[in-house]
Design a protein around this ligand. Structure first.
Ligand SMILES: Cc1cc2nc3c(=O)[nH]c(=O)nc-3n(C[C@H](O)[C@H](O)[C@H](O)COP(=O)(O)O)c2cc1C
Length: 303
């Protein structure tokens, strides 16, 4: 299964079969986790696969997660060191792990909560300066885990915002057309399929030639600054969402033969509102198609 297939296969699973993860699969996962030690923006991260206790629901109680997670075989728990953009990096790396787990036939569910002082922190021996912004439940799906999930229906988890609300060209007034996206239209479609906290889909991407600018459009009364998040001391989950979008975009682009790098290159464009902020830019370095018609048309021929 390649990345694009894994992205299409993944969904948030909240009902797991009472079955431990096969030993060989556990070993493969652990090897993969060991190699994830730095995010694309430079944050030092680490991840571990831990077996779930007898009562996972009780373990999660009071930690600010939503939805009822039944019978996970384990959890992927990670920690990030202080850095300029730890949440984006953590989101990116955890999602990469989730896609690998999907390839290995496992199912997962992101859980955003306050793990920093929980049993999860003890299990990975969190250092005082590290943060645990989220964990992932993991195991094999039980029959009906997708179709009979009430949380899925409430979060309208199978719905995504239309393309024109998410992707733009040159300015926020001009939605990006499929033609303008060129071969990378598929990478954008993979961003659309990404998981996000409460399915809010806060990612916005604006193309300027070979620069793909990533923005966060904050959901009103959600996340940083909201009463709920302040009381629960939840991490800024929408920044994790951006890291997840970065992961889907870059890995899909790579699979399509396009290579790029992450750079700070805020174009300083007028923003659609005060809830929108610039985060990071993916600069296309090399593509399979040297000078696609579109880049020509924009007068920005790549390399
Ligand atoms: C950062 C983050 C935190 C999440 N936290 C939870 C959670 O606490 N409980 C839960 O049941 N699902 C959680 N989810 C899963 C989302 O609800 C899910 O991704 C979204 O509804 C879209 O559905 P899908 O993942 O099946 O495509 C979280 C997802 C993300 C990305």
């Amino acid at each position: 299964m390649n990345t694009i297939e894994a992205i299409r296969t993944r969904y948030s699973c909240r009902l797991f079969a009472l079955r431990p993860i096969e030993l060989e699969t556990q070993q493969k996962m652990r090897r993969y986790l060991q190699a994830r030690d730095t995010g694309p923006l430079g944050t030092r991260v680490r991840f571990e696969l831990a077996a779930a206790g007898q009562n996972a629901a009780a373990e999660l109680r009071g930690l600010g997660t939503y939805g009822f997670i039944r019978n996970p075989a384990g959890f992927i728990i990670g920690a990030a060191q202080p850095a300029p953009r730890p949440l984006e990096d953590y989101g990116y790396c955890m999602e990469q792990i989730i896609l690998e787990a999907t390839r290995l036939g496992l199912n997962t569910c992101w859980l955003g909560g306050t793990f920093t002082q929980s049993s999860f922190a003890a299990r990975i021996q969190k250092a005082p300066e590290e943060v645990i912004p989220a964990v992932t439940a993991i195991g094999y799906a039980a029959p009906g885990s997708r179709s009979r999930d009430f949380v899925r229906r409430r979060a309208r988890a199978d719905r995504r915002l239309p393309w024109e609300n998410l992707f733009f060209c040159e300015t926020f007034e001009h939605p990006l057309t499929g033609d303008e996206a060129g071969d990378l239209a598929l990478a954008l479609e993979m961003v659309r399929l990404a998981p996000s906290a409460s399915n809010k889909q806060p990612w916005r991407i604006l193309r300027q030639g070979n620069l793909w600018h990533f923005y966060l459009e904050r959901t009103p009364n959600y996340g940083r600054g909201s009463l709920l998040f302040t009381i629960l001391r939840l991490a800024d989950l929408q920044r994790l969402d951006i890291g997840i979008a970065m992961c889907h975009f870059e890995l899909s682009a790579y699979e399509l033969g396009y290579h790029g790098e992450w750079v700070d290159a805020d174009p300083g464009l007028p923003l659609p509102g005060e809830r929108t902020q610039y985060i990071i830019t993916w600069r296309l370095l090399r593509g399979r198609v040297k000078a696609p018609a579109l880049l020509n048309r924009m007068g920005r021929i790549n390399d």
